[in-house]
Design a protein around this ligand. Structure first.
Ligand code: UD1
Ligand code: PEP
Length: 410
């Protein structure tokens, strides 16, 4: 398995907090991570590749103005900005990009900066934040939203608190594995983060020091491959990942469909053990069903005779995959954020395209199960989060090849 794109991005941001050298092992070769590394380099960090990883030396950050074009291309921009603000007392950054399947607000990121003592001004999509002193001040903040705790804002607050002058308390923090990895990384770099009664209590440090961290396996890549194997009635073995890396809700869903997922010496193995039947799902914060596997799961349900519902509860809406699936012949209706899927074995190949990472992964999954050939556009989106999904699927026996993406799209 590749290293996790989301953990890799957040730890690349955290690396900018360290007054020394950070080595991130097992960073995935995906375009978002490359953009994260370019953002660091533009701000004055020295980056160099190591076998299987990246060395980031941010002894000094010479610049506090983030490259606007790069910042607009990724979702984790506010967390990179928080690290720069905590280090230099100043930062300017654009509103983030990333997948645009729904409105994705950043109010909590901004609030964390404000609570840490920043004066903020927004103009034309650019945000400027300045601290009065050289360090953030200690603060208290609640990271809950009506959709559950915010992962991104928990990391932004954590990074600010780690360099604050005093002890901060973060209530209702996200429990996603990416938070646990960021906490471990910060502790290794000399930070003091404690978990107390479900809160994160962070004693700010004046300096964080050299450290090496291994990015965990990408649970979304693993989940995508497990779903693709189930959708094609196959068997798949994935090395370098364990059952503990996947959430109980996702594993229980796979089991109810009629697959068996077991641990092997090298990793995990999925086998289809009976005729698959559909089963409904609801996404949720960890340890719930991950939102980043919802589109692919919808694609699988669209191929299984019978009915199921798919309810998105992490994002306001996530149904960008529905038009492409419908073009392949899937029967899906959307009512108040819940997708009603009536599966069919009669999906047919078509020309379809997707505009975000998991949407394209979902279309690819359904195209593999469909009769005939499909052309799935959006390979550049896929490359934001998967190092080589078409290549891995081909190695597993799928008839899939990468052809040049649509002209004019970076
Ligand atoms: C908890 C969770 O599963 N988070 C997912 C979320 O992370 P990401 O960090 O992108 O999003 P958040 O976890 O912050 O968002 C959770 C909820 O909080 C809301 N919100 C967020 C920030 C903010 O300032 N204000 C606000 O209202 C969002 O609209 C959303 O409904 O999307 C990523 C991409 O799909 C996934 O990899 C993460 O697993
Ligand atoms: C939505 C995703 O990524 P991002 O938050 O970077 O847009 C994703 O990984 O599915």
């Amino acid at each position: 398995m590749q290293g996790s794109k989301n953990a890799g991005m957040l730890l690349s941001a955290a690396a900018l907090l360290v007054d020394g050298q950070v080595v991130l092992d097992n960073l995935p070769d995906v375009t978002d991570v490359a953009i994260g590394s370019r953002i660091g380099a533009h701000l004055g960090a020295t980056t160099s590749t190591t076998p299987g990883g990246l060395r980031i030396a941010a002894h000094e950050l010479a610049d506090s103005d983030m490259d606007v074009a790069l910042g607009r291309r990724i979702r984790h921009t506010p967390s990179f900005a928080a690290a720069v603000l905590a280090r230099t007392g100043h930062v300017s950054f654009p509103l983030p990009g990333g997948d645009g399947f729904c409105d994705r607000p950043v109010d909590l990121h901004i609030e964390a900066m404000r609570r840490a003592g920043a004066r903020l001004v927004e103009q034309d999509g650019l945000i400027r934040a300045d601290l009065d002193g050289s360090r953030p001040r200690a603060f208290t903040m609640d990271l809950g939203t009506r959709y559950g705790p915010s992962l991104g804002a928990t990391i932004t607050a954590l990074l600010l608190a780690s360099r604050a002058d005093g002890t901060s308390t973060l209530t209702n923090p996200s429990a996603e594995p990416e938070v646990e990895h960021t906490v471990r990384f910060l502790r290794r770099a000399g930070g003091a983060v404690a978990e107390r009664e479900g809160n994160l209590v962070v004693a700010g440090a004046a300096r964080l020091t050299d450290t090496t961290y291994r990015i965990p396996p990408d649970r979304m890549e693993a989940g995508t491959l497990l779903i693709a194997a189930a959708a094609t009635g196959g068997t798949v073995s994935l090395d370098g990942i364990g059952l503990a890396d996947l959430t109980p809700a996702f594993l229980a869903w796979l089991a109810r469909l009629g697959t068996e997922v077991a641990e092997t010496e090298q990793g995990i193995r999925l086998e289809v053990v009976r005729d698959l039947v559909p089963h409904s799902l609801v996404t949720g914060p960890h340890p719930g069903f991950p939102t980043d596997l919802q589109p692919q799961a919808t694609a699988l349900l669209a191929t299984l005779p019978g009915r199921a519902t798919v309810t998105e509860r992490v994002h306001r809406q996530r149904s960008s995959h529905v038009p492409g699936l419908t073009t392949l012949g899937a029967r899906i209706t959307d009512s108040d954020g819940t997708l009603h899927v009536t599966g069919t074995t009669a999906l047919r190949g078509a020309i379809i395209t997707g505009d975000d990472i998991r949407c394209v992964a979902a279309l690819l999954t359904a195209a593999l199960a469909a009769d005939g050939e499909s052309h799935v556009g959006g390979a550049h989106q896929l490359a934001r989060g998967y190092a080589d999904l078409p290549g891995k699927l081909a190695a597993l026996g799928a008839d899939v090849a990468l052809v040049p993406d649509e002209p004019g799209r970076a």
